[in-house]
Design a protein around this ligand. Structure first.
Ligand SMILES: Nc1ncnc2c1ncn2[C@@H]1O[C@H](COP(=O)(O)OP(=O)(O)OP(=O)(O)O)[C@@H](O)[C@H]1O
Ligand SMILES: [Mg+2]
Length: 462
């Protein structure tokens, strides 16, 4: 009469009861339904069994057990079985006891003698609910682990993502600092995306691309006729961004007269359109970015100190790609999959990427991978090092890494050849005395590890 439950409804059940006969019967019954059963005779044993791995999916708990036989002691156990359904039973069909158990989070309350059909039904439903809860938790975890477009697994990138998640939802001004192509705008967009204002606009303005006059009319708008070419009233970007995020890109380039007006807007939330008389209001969250050393600019007087402090509520730094080499293969693979979903990167391609310095940072890597993806032949499953060299416009030097047997000094003039030979000896000696440790050898030579790896490849040294 009992149909065995689906695999999905089978679980690992902890049966807690002090009566040996009940333990035996209960365990047999449950095993007959396809469940795995752990048996405990008192509260202490139950907690120990609950701590085993894998943890039980469900707990059946008798309330009156030794030593005290007091149902209160049994009740106190209910919250200890965190996250799994607890089905409580008792010899007394006590209404108040059932209520207390429910208040403590018990899934159901059964009265002895236990009706097997009822037990089977209650267990099945509880296990299905527990499974849904677990799925929901996992989904939430994935959502929390959403990379917001900021790909990377290097420590610095992981920290940056954590900071974005933390700072994004606040109203605080954020200053994003980092070299060109390192993801400053991406961070600004991610901050906006995880802010409560994400439904409103994200408006970006490049502060270096416009003259002071044009920048002012872009930011604060202008009235018809206020200057030649102002044929109609135009709202400022601060109004367009109202309720959302205003991204001031390359804020270090902002001309000094505009710095004053921007500061006033940031402090008072008011502005006057070009050619206008009355003040207007707008409320925006400001994210500013620059690759310049703003502190140095403050010191030499080219950037207003008060504006600097107003902008730098929180400073986020996007590190150069060379400071997070662990991100290179991941970024490269993801960029490649966007243009060639089935293609991969060969081992020598990854080595080639790792040995490169990236002055243009992620932007440079992205452009290179996209170019390589476009050059991929129809039946070519992998991007390899020669293809990357082709994409990088270095195809004519192609024999460097590919043919290690070839003399790397071939074709060089006498001075170049002599210098290259000298370099080769110095590098080889440093590697030998460092016992093959690249970081140590690089330190001895006074160059970066990446620089060393490049040299090793170029000189044909391993
Ligand atoms: N962590 C990352 N994950 C994925 N893509 C990235 C990452 N960092 C940067 N990018 C991509 O690299 C390119 C350059 O990034 P972005 O424009 O944000 O850099 P930037 O720091 O603002 O550069 P610039 O100083 O030149 O304005 C963009 O296409 C961006 O999507
Ligand atoms: Mg940018």
């Amino acid at each position: 009469m009992h149909t065995p439950p689906d695999a999905a409804d089978r679980g690992r059940i902890l049966l807690v009861d002090d009566e040996p006969a009940f333990q035996r019967l209960g365990a047999n019954f449950l095993r007959g339904l396809g469940h795995e059963v752990l048996v405990a005779g008192d509260g202490e044993q139950a907690l120990a069994a609950f701590a085993t791995q894998p943890a039980p999916d469900l707990v059946l708990l008798d309330l009156a057990m030794p030593p005290s036989m007091d149902p209160e002691a049994g009740l106190a156990l209910v919250p200890r079985f965190a996250r799994v359904p607890v089905i409580v039973w008792s010899g007394h069909g006590d209404h108040e006891l059932a209520l207390r158990a429910a208040e403590l989070g018990a899934w159901d309350f059964l009265t002895k003698p236990i009706d097997p059909d009822m037990l089977r039904f209650v267990i099945g439903r509880a296990l299905r609910k527990a499974k849904l809860d677990a799925e929901l938790r996992a989904l939430r975890a994935v959502q929390a682990g959403d990379d917001m477009g900021l790909i990377g697994q290097a420590q610095a990138t992981v920290q940056l993502r954590a900071m974005v998640r933390r700072v994004g939802p606040t109203r605080v001004s954020v200053l994003v600092l980092g070299p060109t192509g390192s993801g400053k705008e991406l961070v600004a967009r991610a901050l906006h995306a995880c802010s409560p204002q994400s439904a409103s606009g994200f408006v970006a303005i490049h502060c270096g691309a416009l003259s002071a006059e044009l920048l002012e009319s872009e930011l604060f708008g202008h009235l018809k006729g206020s200057f030649t070419g102002a044929y109609r009233d135009q709202p400022g970007l601060v109004e367009v961004a109202h309720g959302g995020t205003l991204f001031l890109d390359e804020v270090g380039e902002m001309p000094p007269p505009m710095q004053v007006k921007l500061l006033r807007f940031l402090q008072e939330g008011t502005f006057v359109p070009v050619g206008g008389r009355s003040q207007k209001k707008a409320e925006v969250r400001v994210v500013a970015a620059t690759h310049r050393d703003l502190e140095a600019m403050v010191r030499d007087g080219s950037f207003r100190e008060d504006l600097y402090y107003r902008l730098k509520g929180v400073v986020l730094r996007t590190p150069a790609l060379s400071e997070r080499p662990a991100d290179v293969p991941l970024l490269a693979t993801r960029f490649l999959h966007r243009v060639a979903p089935r293609a991969g990167l060969s081992g020598d391609a990854l080595a080639w990427l790792a040995a490169r310095e990236w002055p243009g940072n992620v932007r440079e890597l992205k452009a290179l991978i996209e170019a390589a993806g476009a050059l991929l032949l129809q039946d070519q499953p992998e991007v390899d090092a020669p293809l990357l060299r082709l994409a990088a416009g270095e195809a004519d030097e192609g024999h460097h890494g590919a043919a290690e047997s070839a003399d790397p000094l071939e074709g060089l003039g006498p001075l170049d050849a002599a210098l290259a030979e000298l370099e080769r000896r110095l590098v080889r000696d440093a590697m030998q005395s460092a016992g093959g440790n690249q970081s140590e050898a690089a330190r001895r030579l006074g160059i970066s590890r990446v620089g060393l790896i490049k040299k090793l490849a170029r000189l044909g040294l391993r």
